[in-house]
Design a protein around this ligand. Structure first.
Ligand code: ADP
Ligand code: MG
Length: 247
């Protein structure tokens, strides 16, 4: 076999072994400014729970956007569930994204609709039959502790409740991966803990969970894998790690 083929095979094998997410020497350079990501190699296995921490501007959200295929790497390759994202065609992107649930700091709910509709909408988009939607939505709302709130308008909810709705919406289609970009950034400590406990529960049921956060106390208490970024590179990656102080 030619050396090139051998190398390609070895790389494919490694990607399979490395699991659901693999970034291979990724750089991302926006049209303005210096590289947001500058040589990221990171593998995340099926069923892992990973915190991504680091200063503001270190590239955490850029990394999340690459995994969602909102952005494409400038150099290097991003693999998610066996897909080389640079090779994914535009028309394949919606189907790819069904594998991934996502929550953000600012909830991003449909504020003119009630709780039930916010979650049901995500199922309608993927053409789930109405009878299943009527069964699934109450079940997932119960999972996030919102069983009694399905008729409420999202504006009537507290921040913690709104984030639970966002979490229910992210989970309703049973994604393999859950990405959370600073999900507790707008929450008080009690609600932050509750959301993190829910993320942990979701992970214990088999979903791969990646959480970007600045919450030092929670990271230090939960003892998960912690990937620390600084200026577009990974400066540490520790199992059962802690939030590393700057300088
Ligand atoms: P973090 O989420 O860790 O705060 P980001 O990934 O948002 O970091 O940003 C990393 C770097 O990329 C920062 O220097 C930021 O200013 C820059 N950046 C982010 N988004 C854009 C964009 N759309 N255009 C240009 N530069 C950007
Ligand atoms: Mg960010």
């Amino acid at each position: 076999m030619a050396k090139k083929d051998l190398l390609r095979r070895r790389r494919e094998k490694m990607i399979q072994e490395k699991g659901v997410i693999y970034l291979d020497n990724v750089r991302k350079i926006y049209s303005t400014g210096s590289p947001a990501l500058n040589g990221i190699t990171l593998g995340i296995g099926r069923g892992e729970f990973v915190f991504i921490v680091g200063d503001s501007g270190s590239g955490k959200s850029t990394l999340i956007k690459l995994l969602l295929r909102e952005l494409v790497a400038t150099e290097g390759a991003v693999y998610v569930m066996g897909n080389d994202l640079a090779k994914l065609k535009h028309r394949q992107v919606p189907k790819f994204r069904r594998n991934i649930g996502v929550v953000f700091q600012d909830f991003r709910l449909l504020n003119d609709r009630n709780v039930y509709e916010n979650v049901a909408f995500a199922q309608r988009v993927v053409q789930t039959p109405s009878s299943e939607i009527r069964r699934n939505v109450p079940a997932i709302l119960a999972t996030v502790g919102l069983a009694g709130k399905y008729k409420a308008k999202t504006k009537q909810l507290s921040g913690g409740e709104q984030q639970r709705v966002a979490l229910a919406r992210a989970l309703i289609n049973n994604p393999s991966i859950l990405l959370a970009d600073e999900p507790t950034g707008n929450l008080d400590p009690k609600n932050s803990w509750e959301i993190m406990r829910l993320l942990e529960e979701i992970n214990e049921r088999g979903t791969t969970v990646v959480v970007v956060t600045h919450n030092r106390e929670i990271v230090n208490a939960m003892r998960k894998r912690v990937v620390t970024m600084k200026k577009g590179v990974i400066v540490s990656d520790e199992e059962g790690g802690e939030y590393i102080d700057e300088d």
